[in-house]
Design a protein around this ligand. Sequence first.
Ligand code: HEM
Length: 439
Amino acid sequence: MIGCGLLSAEGIVHKRQRRVATPAFSIQNLRAFAPIVFERGFRLRNRWREIVDKNDGDEAVLDVCMWASRTAFDVIGAAGFDYDFNSIEDNTNELFCAYREMFELAISQQDSPMRQLLGIYFPIINVLFPDSAARTVKRCHKVIWRVAGTLVQEKKKKVVDAIRSGKPCEDKDLLALMLKSNMSTDIPPDQRISDEDILNNVNTVMFAGSDTSSLALTWTLWFLAKNPVMQEHLREELSIVHCPDSFKDFSVDEIDSLYGSISELPYFDKVIKEALRLVPPVHSSIRVAGQDDEIPTSQPFKIQKPGGGIETVTMPIMVAKGTIVHIPIEAFNLDKSIWGQDAWEFKPDRWDNLPDAVKAQPGLYSNLMSFSVGPRSCIGMRFSIIEIKIVIYMLVTNFSFHDTGVDIIKANVVFTRPYIKDRYKEGSQLPLRVVRIVK
Ligand code: HEM
């Protein structure tokens, strides 16, 4: 669906793509995205104000999952490739609909899992005998290639023209940064990636950077709604940093400094870490051993004996080349033997005094596996933290969030999504009572 971008490329192809993409995600470049996120935060706040006002009162029940999803799409569209989906206002943009439809297909139950599996192993089947899913992907690809493909070409022309004229191209979106990096003298010509791979990476960033961040936002709001005292504590801390009513007269430096102030608030930081620990949007991953290896073990464990029966042993686990290894991200974050007996509870203050075992845990972000670790870890981690912090700041300083009493279940459907218990057919949703607190 998303083509051979960073998520699906392997080996040398992946290495080349990662080298081209890495400078685009540097701290300096990402700070330039703060104004874009604040702007979308304002749009969401204003849209919710309108809904609440129309509701003849100060409150409304909103599906925060759907609104977070639209916001994350708008943020990644603008920051990723300078494109305004405008989905907070209106969800009919054709590129937005094409991406949404295609990504929803990835999480929907297919009529025939066997047919789907055959299509994965023998993709030619999808070309010769397309089923309805293959036809939908084809239709969505047509729109994506036409609209996003044109954006890639236009942006490339802008970057090339700038290089030729000797004036730097000032565009700071990820697409422009990736194109500049791909054409820079640091990358030898044989290490550059094709326009098609650039487009595949636009699709990859749309996929990897939209639902993940929106689910992190959704679950954070859920934990705050379930824990009103913590929500109030957070609001008090956030209110120290005054949020203007618009950024019309603000310089980029002033917005950057505003973000700097909120990003350093200690309780806020703990709330975000704790939400990302307790519900990592990417629940697990898979790796394949590239060579024979052994995994050292810290405790005795049980194995099934070849002749039957169970034996407790203390030895390294042998992993043969080609073995598929499940990486249980959520289990790493929730393991009581590491995090303590209260590991399954939402307790932001735990971050003041972490057990030594946690400090020894690997992880790209604060000893958490939520963004994975190593050469295939999340390239967008810093981006998403900026996004989550700004959007939560804007929402919590303007609204309060309350449980509606429905039973919310988390289910791993590609990502960890909220559903109302016994109402799975209605799709992923998280209704909260949202009360306007700033007039
Ligand atoms: C809360 C938000 C996010 C979470 C929890 C998250 C988590 C992850 C995880 C666990 C991986 C490793 C996947 C695997 O090994 O199977 C990953 C990879 C990736 N993420 Fe994120 N992500 C988030 C946001 C983002 C954003 C905002 C972007 C882009 C702007 C992004 C782009 C990517 C890409 C391109 C990869 C593939 C990296 C590679 O293989 O080289 N992610 N993410």
